[in-house]
Structures are given as structure tokens and as C-alpha cells.
Write a protein that binds this ligand. Structure first.
Ligand code: MRU
Length: 346
């Protein structure tokens, strides 16, 4: 199994996803600042994986707080968390994990500080193991939507590498394969960061799941030729009305799926729901560097000085989404009701 992130003797070890697929190397983080940096630079990425990393980062931060009473300890912890929370804005799992760790600290205020630190570490490990179980449950629900011999198109990487393991969208694919279905995957390369080409293609190949790589602009061609049976993608944040923020290009895929009568599914844990937002328009969209758009393999692809835009995510409106697969079941329109029901099951 691919171990995206783990804790080894007080060190948070992650696969460096900027170096895949050519090199499988690990990065060790020993401070909360290093974890924040790893999230910012996309050494670790994908909403659930960011959440797990954040929880582990909070634990590393707590370990070096020297305060001897809870109030001072919590004040220092809040400052660290505020900084960590700024590392990436769109995936709500970052804020979700930080909030959960802060709540654990508050609930454990009666404990001596060394024990409180151990409790935080334990919680971060629980978040990791829970994430794998959640993905497996999501996969079980999702595979009921998949038939034998289906071709599934996916965008970006919502796989083991984007989670603690198994994946969300790729979890649905893995569970379908485990259920004995013959599945083939079309993977969009996902410009500009190439999560599809570098990460999805790599991890499906590792698992011997048939995958064909296409550029993003080719997916309409294959849909129109009726060579795609369904689309499954992940999500970074889902608003209360079912609008989905996911990797840039997802909206385009959803429009094409609708035009071609192809079901469009989103697989995401309940921790990715942000029911405090009534619409996707309220989701902050990360703007990343121009460098990531114009430089490929150290080679500049556009003239110097050219103006470049790089929104890293887009919003897919709920009317383009057939269903949202969570670990608690499959939510269908109207999403305002069905997503609330999923959250209440938790
Ligand atoms: O910028 P990234 O690579 O962090 O974006 C990742 C995605 O958009 C994924 O589809 C999403 O986080 C879901 S991962 C299970």
C-alpha cells in the first residue's frame, strides 16, 4: 500500500509528490513550520492528505510549547495553528483538522501538559487511520454506481496520494476493481501541475489498474465518441448547496459530461463539506504562481514578461453533479437536504 504520510518516532514522513513519478523520495518534517511549508509547496497535497498533515503538524507544534499551564499552552497553540491555517486556502480539510485538534486540546485541559501533548499526537494518528477507513467506506458506496467494463474518467489526483491511503475518486475505482469489475481509467493530465499525469497515472500503474493518459483538452473527444461511461472526481470543499470546488478544469469536465449525458460523480468525505457556505461562490480560490504555468521541466514555455493567470481550483455548480459519494452514503439532489443528512449521520 502507498504510504502517503506517516509518523515515525516523532518525525512526520511524507512522499515528496513534487518528485513523482521519476523519483520516489521522502521528506521528513520535525516542526509545524516544516509541515506548513510542505503543504504550501505541494510536497503533500489533496484535501484529505492536507488535513492529516495539518493534524500531525499541530502535534509537532504542541510538542515544543514550553508553557506549564493550559491557558498559556492553548494561546501558543492557537498562534501556531493560525499560521498553519494560512498554508493553502481552498481545501477545507486543513481548517477542519486544525479545529478538531484545538477541540481535543480544550477537552483535555484537565490533563498535565505532557499528557495533553500525547493526547494530541494520538488524535493525529486517529485522523490518519480514520481517513483510510472513510475512503474504504466511500469506495463501497461508490462502486455500486459502477458496472463491469466501465471506462471511468477522472481529473487531477484524488487517490491514495491525496489521502492517507486508498483515495476518494480512485477509492471508488479501487473498490470497483476489488469487487471483481473490469475497469479502465482515462486520466486527464491536469495542467498546469500535472497531478493526473504524474500522480494518478503513477499510482494506478503501481496497482495494475488499466489507465490511459490524455490531455485535458481531449476528454470531450472521448466523451462524444461514447468512450466514457462515468466521471468520478474528488473535491476540496463542497458548499451547502452542493457546489464543488475541485482542481482547475473540473468545471469544464462537468459541462462536457452533461452535454454528453454522462453521469458526473464527486467522491469526498464529510470533512470536505462546508455547510457554513450557502454557495460555491463563497469558496476562496487559491491563486498559485505564474511560474507553475509557464515553466515545464525547467523550460520556459511562454515569453518573458507575459501576463499569466493561475487559479488552482474552480467551482462546479450543483446542477452538473449527478451525485456526491461520501462515507455515509450517496447524496443526490437536492443537495441542500441530502448533504445535511450526510453530515448529521456523523
Ligand atoms: O492542488 P491539489 O493537488 O491539492 O488539488 C487536489 C484536488 O483538487 C483533488 O481533486 C482534491 O483535493 C480531492 S483529493 C481526494
Amino acid at each position: 500500500m502507498i504510504k502517503t504520510i506517516e509518523s515515525i518516532n516523532g518525525v512526520v514522513r511524507m512522499i515528496d509528490q513534487t518528485r513523482l513519478p521519476t523519483e520516489k523520495v521522502f521528506v521528513d518534517c520535525t516542526t509545524i513550520e516544516e509541515v506548513g511549508q510542505a503543504i504550501q509547496t505541494m510536497i503533500i497535497r489533496g484535501a484529505p492528505a492536507i488535513g492529516v498533515a495539518a493534524a500531525m503538524g499541530v502535534s509537532l507544534g504542541a510538542d515544543v510549547i514550553t508553557a506549564t499551564n493550559f491557558d498559556d499552552f492553548y494561546r501558543a497553540m492557537e498562534q501556531q495553528c493560525e499560521q498553519l491555517g494560512k498554508s493553502r486556502p481552498t481545501a477545507v480539510n486543513l481548517a477542519w483538522a486544525i479545529k478538531r485538534m484545538k477541540q481535543v486540546a480544550k477537552d483535555s485541559r484537565h490533563l498535565p501538559i505532557p499528557e495533553l501533548k500525547s493526547r494530541l499526537k494520538e488524535e493525529s494518528l486517529t485522523i490518519l487511520t480514520e481517513d483510510i477507513k472513510i475512503n474504504q467506506a466511500m469506495g463501497q458506496h461508490g462502486q455500486t454506481l459502477v458496472e463491469n467494463d466501465n471506462v471511468i474518467l477522472t481529473h487531477c489526483n484524488a487517490g491514495a496520494l491525496a489521502t492517507a491511503g486508498f483515495g476518494t475518486a480512485l477509492g471508488v475505482i479501487r473498490a470497483s476493481v476489488n469487487a471483481g469489475k473490469n475497469i479502465r481509467v482515462l486520466a486527464n493530465e491536469t495542467r498546469p501541475f500535472l497531478q493526473g499525469a504524474r500522480l494518478t497515472a503513477w499510482e494506478l500503474k503501481e496497482d495494475n489498474i488499466p489507465v490511459k493518459l490524455i490531455t485535458d483538452s481531449m476528454c470531450g473527444f472521448f466523451m462524444r465518441k461514447k468512450e466514457v461511461d462515468l466521471v468520478v472526481v474528488g473535491a476540496d470543499r463542497i458548499a451547502g448547496n452542493g457546489d464543488v470546488a475541485n482542481k482547475i478544469g473540473t468545471y469544464m469536465v462537468a459541462v462536457l459530461a452533461k452535454e454528453n449525458n454522462i453521469p458526473f460523480y464527486v467522491a469526498a468525505p464529510v470533512s470536505t463539506l462546508d455547510l457554513s457556505l450557502s454557495s460555491g461562490d463563497q469558496i476562496p480560490i487559491e491563486e498559485r504562481s505564474a511560474e507553475e504555468v509557464v515553466v515545464i521541466n525547467n523550460k520556459r514555455m511562454a515569453p518573458e514578461g507575459i501576463e499569466v493567470a493561475h487559479p488552482a481550483f474552480d467551482i462546479t455548480p450543483n446542477n452538473l453533479i449527478t451525485a456526491i459519494i461520501t462515507e455515509e452514503g450517496i447524496a443526490r439532489p437536492p443537495f441542500t437536504d441530502s448533504l445535511k443528512a450526510m453530515a448529521q449521520k456523523k
